[in-house]
Every structure is written in C-alpha cells, then in structure tokens.
Design a protein around this ligand. Structure first.
Ligand SMILES: C[S@@+](CC[C@H](N)C(=O)[O-])C[C@H]1O[C@@H](n2cnc3c(N)ncnc32)[C@H](O)[C@@H]1O
Length: 461
C-alpha cells in the first residue's frame, strides 16, 4: 500500500502500513506511546444506562497473545536481515519462546525499524513505555538506533493509581530518548521550581520528572480516553527536541496529546491511529475546542463509492466508522453479526415521560431497503429497555415514513423526539456531512466523560 505523505494530517490504519509509504528522513521528532503490553482491555462502561446490561465502549486492547500471527511475525522479523533488531528478536526467542512478550517485542521491532528510516539525520525519538517492557524495548532501540545514540531514560513519576501491600507502589513510566545521529537539536528546559526543590538542585532539568501529575478525574484537559497523557508532558518533549515549523509524528496518536502539543507550539504534525473514532475525537474534542483547525483524516471513506467499498470489504470497520460520524454515539466492542446492537448513546437528561435514556444503534452496509432491519431494531429497543433506536444504512430509506412502530414518542419540555430514526450515508454526504440535518436528537452525553458535549465542538471533521 502506498499512502500519500502529507504533513498536518491524521491517518487511519496500522502505523506499520501507513509509515511504509512515508519518504526517508523527513520527520524531525517522533513521540510514541504505543500499547505497553499491560494486559489491559481499555474499555469504558456506561454506568446506569437502564439497559439490561450496561454497555461498554472500547478504546483498544493491550492484551498480547502468542498465536499463529505472532509466530509469523517473529519469523518475518528474523528474516528481515536489514533490520538490526532481527538478531535481538532471535535472541529473545531463545530466552522467552512462544511468549506474549516475544509477540509484543516483535511487533515493536517491525515498527521501530521503519521509524528509524523516516526520521531525519538530526531527528529524535521518544518512546513512552513502562517497567514491564522497557528493558526489552531498550535492547531493540539500541540495535536499531545504536547504543551510542541513546540519550536518556526519563522517569516520569506520578501519584495516581492503585497500590499493593506486597511491593513498593509502582508510580512511574519510562520514556526512552534516542537520536538518529550524534548531531541533534536540543533545547534544555529549565527546571520548574517544585522539581528543583524536590531534587535539591537549582540548575537544568534532570531525567526524573516529578512535577507533572497524571490526569485526574476533574482535570480540565481530561477527555475520558483511557491512557490519555498530560499535555504538559508532551509539550516539554516537543519544545526540548524540535523547533517551530518542524514535523512531529505520533504513530500511536490515541486522543491526540502529541497532536495538540505540537500544533499549539507551531510544529507541523502527523498522527496515526488504528481506531477511526480516536482520530475524530482528536478533531472534535481536542483541536476544535482549543481553537486549532481540525486536520484532514486520510484513510476513511470520503464519498458513497468509498463508503460502499468499506461496507463490502470490512463490515465491522464500516460499523465503527459510521457510528463515529454522529457525535455522542460509541461503537459496541462486542462485534455481533446482523441484528445485534452495534453502538450506544445516552441522553444527558431523562425524558419527561419515561424512565429510560439509552439509545441503541444498528448498522447495515447492505444496499437497498432495510425494512426488516427497522423491525428488528424496533424489537430490540423494547427488549433492551432503551428509549430510542437509530438505524444506520448505506442508502437512504425512502419508505421509512410508512414504516410502523408502537414506541412512545420521547418528550422533553416542549420538544418531542421520534423514538426510532434512520440515518443513511447517502443523506450524510448529500447534507454536507452534517448528521444534525438528518437526525433530531436531544442533548447526548459525551460517551467518554459522561459530561455535556460542548456545542462548539460539534460538526467539525
Ligand atoms: C497508549 S494509547 C496512546 C495514548 C496517547 N498518548 C494519548 O495521550 O491519548 C495507544 C494508541 O495506539 C493505538 N494503536 C494500537 N495499535 C496501533 C497500530 N498498530 N497502529 C496505529 N495505532 C495503534 C490505539 O488505538 C491507542 O489509541
């Protein structure tokens, strides 16, 4: 696959495939915060939804298995003799054969090798990880970037999170800083007074950072995306290792901490993520509310033809993408076949005439009329104790006004809402990509935080 290379763009897809299309030596700074091999599933549960089972929305899984794909990948990395990490992976195989860690490290070795190619000769890379995998990753980084280009192991200390009575509480992440060569840009920040005080020193920043807390539940910048990192942490890295106008890449962008930190400080930026809603979240909930122009998203459908193609070739991706188009809805991580519930939303307030406020969503990428799907959704709204249902289809449902249901209209003050509504991709494109011209919904909660969605963030790319 050849991906067009464009600064100030968000790319949807696996960073391995996307970066493969990037030219050699173009990027000034790479900041990556990949999955850590934490064995966590980063899902979020909508509490008190009123539905039979409280739904979950998924960010991503950081659970590694040893399976056929891992075995193929390890064989591939060992065969890639140009990749200096191939020997490291061969060594790991002797030490930790057929393990989750071998699966994870081989995944990282393939991607870090490409990052080395696309980094400028004067460029720097910061790899965010934790003590479970950092020692393995350091060997891979030493192999790919060169031991002599190792610059720092930054210890980012924080207070939040659980603790155990059996071990010292684990309260830090590790950020490995390497450069591509011995000629690199660095503007050493001055030490903030709190750190200086605690470190007992007055000059120049040290390699353990104790002054940047993790994002707590009340923090203004909190978007609710699991694993979100503090903006200040990434601003510090970006200011130290790049200049205004430089190009910064985050190949595991998540909810876009690096993207905002770079854009806010006048750098060009590229973000990649394997989840389409993470990229839309960056534009809607992070850039637009902060007065930063949303970035184009490469790799998602742009018209009916490309939408039809996605529906045909990758139905679950089609589902995730269509649901991400409507502010306030989130995909069901449990991928179910036809007639299952594909997504959820929640009214911010209870209606006047019912004690339910959950929305359920069903998506179909099949062509033509979808009356049977409408009937199925109707039954599911009742069975699941939802207040409303949205049917998302590819083609407009011209006959929908004749389709009958027995659901109560939803009343909120002076306004009455139709309890089962249709949304088609065809109408979406004909209405200038504005879902609000097709659906009439009460205020929905932000699916990540449960809070009110700011009006000024709606309807951006
Ligand atoms: C730890 S999170 C990054 C969080 C980010 N630093 C922030 O502050 O929001 C890792 C991200 O990598 C994405 N991801 C996982 N595998 C990927 C891949 N192969 N290519 C691109 N993105 C991937 C996940 O969807 C997730 O959003």
């Amino acid at each position: 696959m050849n991906t067009p290379f464009a600064p100030n763009t968000l790319y949807y897809g696996d960073c391995l495939d996307i970066m493969a299309g990037f030219p050699d030596g173009y990027i000034d700074l790479i900041c990556l915060d990949p999955p850590f091999n934490s064995n966590e599933k980063y899902n979020k549960v909508f509490k008190d939804s009123g539905l039979r089972i409280d739904p979950q929305i998924k960010a991503f899984d950081d659970v590694w298995l040893w399976d056929d794909k891992s075995a193929e990948r390890v064989a591939r990395v060992k065969n890639a003799v140009a990749n200096p990490a191939s020997k490291v992976i061969a060594g790991f195989e002797g030490f930790i054969p057929q393990s989750k860690m071998l699966s994870y490290t081989s995944y990282m070795a393939e991607r870090l090798f490409i990052m080395h190619r696309i980094l400028k000769e004067t460029g720097s890379i910061y790899l965010h990880c934790d003590p479970y995998a950092s020692h393995y990753l350091k060997l891979i980084m030493d192999a790919i970037f060169g031991e002599k280009n190792y610059r720092n192991e930054i210890i980012w200390c924080y207070g939040l999170g659980g603790s155990s009575s059996k071990v010292f509480s684990r309260k830090h992440d590790i950020i490995l800083f390497y450069t591509k060569s011995s000629n690199w840009y660095f503007d050493k920040p001055t030490m903030p007074s709190t750190s200086a005080m605690m470190a007992g020193k007055k000059k120049g920043m040290v390699d353990y950072w104790i002054d940047i807390p993790t994002i707590n539940n009340m923090a203004n910048e909190r978007l609710g995306y699991p694993t979100q990192k503090p903006l200040e942490l990434y601003e510090r890295i970006i200011k130290a290792s790049s200049n205004p106008g430089d190009l910064v890449l985050d190949p595991f962008a998540g909810c876009g901490t690096t993207i905002e930190a770079a854009a806010k400080n006048g750098r060009d930026v590229i973000g990649i993520d394997i989840l389409p809603f993470a990229l839309r979240l960056i534009n809607r909930y992070r850039l637009a509310p902060n007065g930063i122009t949303p970035l184009p998203i490469e790799g998602v459908p742009v018209d009916m033809d490309t939408a039809r193609q996605l529906a045909r070739t990758a139905p679950f991706k089609f589902q995730d993408w269509t649901i991400s188009l409507i502010d306030g809805l989130a995909s069901n991580p449990q991928k179910v076949g036809d007639d299952g519930i594909d997504g959820f939303g929640m009214f911010l307030n209870k209606p006047d005439n019912m004690d339910r406020k959950a929305i359920i969503v069903q998506v179909t990428g099949a062509a033509g009329s979808q009356k049977a799907k409408f009937d199925r959704l109707h039954a599911n709204i009742r069975n699941e104790n939802a207040a409303m249902g949205i049917l998302i289809t590819l083609d407009a449902q011209a006959a929908q006004h004749n389709w009958k249901h027995t659901l109560e209209p939803i009343r909120m003050g002076e306004t009455t809402y139709v309890p089962i509504q249709c949304f088609s991709i065809d109408e979406y494109y004909r209405n200038n990509e504005r879902w609000d011209r097709i659906l009439t919904l009460p205020s929905l909660a932000n699916p990540w935080t449960g809070k009110h969605m700011q009006q000024n963030i709606l309807f951006h790319a």
